[in-house]
Ligand binder design. Structure first.
Ligand SMILES: *Cc1c(COP(=O)(O)O)cnc(C)c1O
Length: 399
């Protein structure tokens, strides 16, 4: 018994070791590092304070003491855990208060909270589509959207990034072959920083009776006059069937939601497996998010600051001949290097010089498009942003 078990283990380890070696050799091995004490756009990394241009804390709310205090008050009064799935005994009134607030922000009738954005997408997409349906998915969609499509039994068609004319042609040719059609896109694409022109998408979807599913993980809190996100930016609030947003990015907490009609939310409560079969998120977290939403609404300077910093970095990089994608003031700034090993060596150089930036490799992005991903935060001091740009230009000159 003991023998066969240990043999099994050693075969497993040998097999995994071999795969790890291959990953390492191709520059695709990933590993964790410890990051602590997030404050004012900096973090403590291996005991050293570095400027953080790798996180999605766009408004600087992840370390806001008011948000922490809101969580603290509820922790003291209610304890830590929700106790069970929300459908069993884990539905706290503060979950519903947050759902109402998010619905008002997004201009939809109802929203439903999930513990994470990954879970929204792997739960909602398969719940809404089945055999005989078709999903049109942008080729650059986030892994969680891809996995949601894989879990659905629908036919999945991947269309070239933001090619809405091509999408229209696909719909014209084959929409009639399927029961339901659903178009799945991101509001702001997480690794490219550009956005889907939703004002053009909505009429195409209407023409062919297709549902629209927009994951606005990166637009929420940042885009639009009131920070409602990409739908507000493109003037299509209330015109998208299924809207997804996350709370762990601009809002600085954790969790996510899906929003739309009352029917949509009622249906997902009964059918989205990643909602039904998981513990409700801690009530204190909902309290923190409500406070983050309040701050994001009243402190409009945060949205302006993040856009201002993005514009500043982009214009200097572009002036030096370095290409970036996305809008001029887009808060995610990708710089494509191509080779994953080279990309990670730039990331290492920057870290040695006090800057933490994202290095993005396959399978997160297509092969040959490994890149640096800089994300701006409202709480980055302008001098820090300028110093990042100067260091970046110096490091990039060498590759
Ligand atoms: C980050 C992200 C998610 C996942 O959200 P989590 O709450 O971190 O699980 C989903 N979709 C997109 C587009 C994202 O960028």
């Amino acid at each position: 018994m003991v023998d066969s078990l240990s043999t099994r283990h050693s075969t497993m380890n040998a097999a995994l070791d071999e795969e790890l070696r291959i990953l390492e050799a191709s520059g695709l091995k990933r590993s964790l590092r410890q990051v602590q004490q997030r404050r004012a756009g900096t973090v403590l990394l291996n005991g050293e304070r570095v400027a953080d241009f790798a996180s999605n804390d766009y408004l600087g709310l992840a370390s806001d003491p008011r948000v922490a205090r809101a969580a603290h008050a509820v922790l003291q009064a209610e304890g830590t855990g929700a106790g069970a799935a929300r459908l069993i005994s884990g539905n706290h009134p503060i979950h519903e208060a947050l759902e109402h607030t998010l619905a008002r922000l997004k201009g939809c009738d109802y929203t439903l909270l999930f513990p994470s954005g990954y879970m929204v997408n792997v739960g909602a997409i398969p719940a809404l589509t089945d055999r005989g349906d078709v999903i049109y998915s942008d080729e650059l969609n986030h892994a969680s959207l891809i996995d949601g499509c894989r879990l659905s039994r629908a036919t999945v068609r991947v269309f070239p990034h933001n090619d809405l004319d091509g999408l229209g042609r696909m719909l014209a040719a084959e929409r009639h072959l399927f029961r339901r059609a659903m178009i799945v896109v991101e509001g702001v694409f997480s690794m490219d920083g550009d956005s889907c022109p939703l004002d053009r998408l909505v009429p195409i979807a209407r023409r062919y009776d297709a549902w629209t599913y927009v994951d606005d993980a990166h637009g929420t809190g940042v885009l639009g006059a009131t920070g409602a996100g990409s739908l507000e930016h493109y003037g299509v609030a209330g015109q998208v069937d299924i809207v997804v947003g996350t709370l762990g990015k601009a809002l600085g907490t954790s969790g996510a939601y899906v929003g739309g009609s009352q029917e949509l939310v009622e249906f997902l409560v009964s059918r989205a497996r990643s909602f039904i079969f998981t513990t409700g998120s801690p009530p204190a977290l909902a309290a923190a998010t409500l406070e983050a939403l309040r701050i994001a609404q009243v402190e409009t300077w945060r949205r302006e600051a993040v856009r201002d910093r993005a514009r500043r970095v982009r214009s200097r990089l572009n002036a030096a001949g370095i290409a970036t994608s996305g809008a001029d003031d887009g808060h995610i700034i990708p710089i494509v290097i191509g080779d994953p090993v080279k990309t990670m060596s730039v990331v290492t150089d920057l870290r040695r010089r006090g800057f933490l930036v994202g290095g993005v490799r396959p399978p997160t992005v297509p092969a040959g498009t490994s890149r640096l991903r800089l994300s701006m935060s409202a709480v980055h001091p302008v001098e820090l942003v300028d110093s990042l740009t100067a260091t970046l230009l110096d490091v990039l000159r060498k590759v």
